[in-house]
Ligand binder design. Structure first.
Ligand code: CA
Ligand code: CA
Length: 150
């Protein structure tokens, strides 16, 4: 601790930065709701902004429940030995699970949790989300992929 000489004048300067905005990194849907206090239609299946994501999908994919947006849209492109499918995955939650399902056609309705390999995770993707990198083999003429969030 610094000792001041006798009869010193100390000028304290204060700054007003306004109220601090504290947004918690949510570990579950209910904590995520706390970050959106203006969200009146707060059920997981509600979609008050009318976009393609219900509230649970907004939570899972980084969307804004009160703004028509897309969240983090999965990307698809060429990988080193096949095709890469990358999707965002909320970090540190206890109520979300992500996986892919694939099918060789859209007529049968048969989807399987297979024919892909999770090959990496980009932890620098976003403060709240990792990016999961999946390799899709190119051993068939057609393969359809969908992201499942449970
Ligand atoms: Ca929505
Ligand atoms: Ca939205």
């Amino acid at each position: 601790m610094q000792t001041l000489p006798p009869k010193s004048i100390v000028v304290l300067t204060t700054y007003d930065y306004g109220s601090p905005v504290v947004e918690l990194i949510p570990k579950n849907y209910f904590q995520w709701l706390e970050n959106h206090p203006a969200l009146v239609e707060s059920g997981e299946a509600n979609n008050p902004d009318g976009d393609a994501l219900d509230n649970r999908s907004e939570y899972a994919l980084g969307g804004d429940p009160l703004l028509a947006d897309t969240g983090f849209v999965p990307s698809f492109g060429n990988g080193a030995v096949g095709l890469e499918y990358r999707h965002a995955q909320r970090r540190g939650t206890d109520d979300l699970g992500y996986h892919l399902e694939t099918s060789t056609n859209l007529v049968s309705g048969v989807w399987t949790n297979g024919y892909y390999t999770a090959t990496g995770t980009n932890t620098a993707f976003d403060p709240e989300f990792d990016e999961v990198i999946n390799l899709i083999p190119t051993d068939t003429d057609e393969r359809y992929i969908r992201l499942i969030v449970e």
